[in-house]
Design a protein around this ligand. Structure first.
Ligand SMILES: [Zn+2]
Length: 149
């Protein structure tokens, strides 16, 4: 199976429909499709997928990290530096969970992975991100706890 790169997929020729897709379609694929296909391992698999996507996209600085997340419409990140090698990212308008009903479950694993992957590139270290807050758990933003090592 051929491995495609960002360069392979970036050209879009849709003169009538354009480059955007409805967010509901994304959520059908992401929250319903992938979870039912991957089952219990969906969280871990989506995190790993997000991480490789994040490192592929890459970012050189924290400002560029912010810009990439906004440009891709993943959300609006707010970065909080707790201490060396410990960062908290609040994600407003999260692509996956913003507006979601309360379920008590945290499932923004792909976003968590993308954030970790991008920050690995920023800091040149390994990153482990854990989601701690979500719309689906009663907050109006998403939050990720990231440790660099
Ligand atoms: Zn989220």
């Amino acid at each position: 199976m051929k491995e495609y790169t960002f360069d392979d997929i970036k050209t879009i020729v849709r003169p009538r429909l354009g480059e955007e897709v409805p967010l509901t379609l994304f959520r059908i694929l992401r929250i319903i499709g992938m979870r039912s296909l991957l089952g219990e391992s969906s969280g871990q698999t989506l995190y790993m997928m997000g991480k490789s996507v994040g490192t592929m996209i890459g970012a050189a600085t924290v400002e560029e990290f912010r810009e990439k997340i906004i440009e891709l419409k993943i959300g609006i990140p707010e970065v909080e530096f707790i201490e060396e090698d410990h960062v908290i990212v609040k994600l407003y308008e999260c692509i996956t969970c913003a507006g979601f009903v309360y379920t008590g479950e945290l499932f923004c694993d792909m976003e968590s992975g993308i954030i970790a992957g991008l920050l690995e590139k920023v800091y040149g270290k390994k990153a482990k991100s854990t989601q701690t807050k979500s719309w689906s758990a009663g907050y109006n933003y998403c939050e990720f706890d990231i440790f660099l090592y």
